[in-house]
Design a protein around this ligand. Sequence first.
Ligand SMILES: N[C@@H](CCC(=O)N[C@@H](CS)C(=O)NCC(=O)O)C(=O)O
Length: 257
Amino acid sequence: MAPALRPVPRKYTRFVYPLLAERRAQGAVCQIKLSRARFFAGRKTRIYRMITIWGRTNSVNVQKVLWCCDELVLPYDRIDAGMHFGHNNATNPDYLAMNPTGKIPTLVDDDFVLWESNSILRYLVLQYGESSLLYPAEPKLCSSIDRWLDWALSTLQPAERPVFWTLVRTPAAERDITKIATDIENVTRLWRMVDAHLTARFFLEGENFTLTDIVIGAYAKRWFGVDGVERPPLPNWSAGIRASPRVRASRNTSIFR
Ligand SMILES: N[C@@H](CCC(=O)N[C@@H](CS)C(=O)NCC(=O)O)C(=O)O
């Protein structure tokens, strides 16, 4: 399943490097691990192993990973998988051998395979974001980031999923509307907490844009995008993280397309 070494597609040699320079000019600390780059003898083609992400783009957990790749200016191959695209079931035993949970996303980097979106995020920064501020090595800061990542998977996603699943993925005639009001109330309480946390801060954790902003930002994008929900105003959210130059810049990122 590991992708072979291949030339960097022309679109990347033309666009990624200028984009990298632009991001650096904006103060981002990100780089492509050029130690992986090689040159074909006699042919000036830069080649390296491209990472592969398995997963459909309308999955919030895939979106986090794509956003992180964009922040790191890391090119990737993506293969649609999940829901009607399949692969993550008995029809593709190779996929289940890579990811026995039968979920998406799955990352393949040469002979290394990883599942669980937040673990993939940490891996990408540790492997390709040398000195990146997205997930700094300083123990207190990286643990503070980790607790938001844990909270997102243990608390936020279980609360927001029923709302999204009912209002977006379930045909109107089949919706359990008796439960939806309580579900909305539960997730609203969590977003109010996040909003209150942002009262005196620009980013969710520390002084910089981190993995926390990607993860919570991806769920926020989903929350703000669901029709049929009366959302309470979240003044700090809009004044802070959503208005931040980095997040605005990231509107070019895969999850906002
Ligand atoms: N905790 C896992 C959750 C993975 C998960 O539940 N993924 C969903 C999509 S967001 C999935 O695979 N759904 C089944 C499908 O798409 O077929 C992670 O963060 O990666």
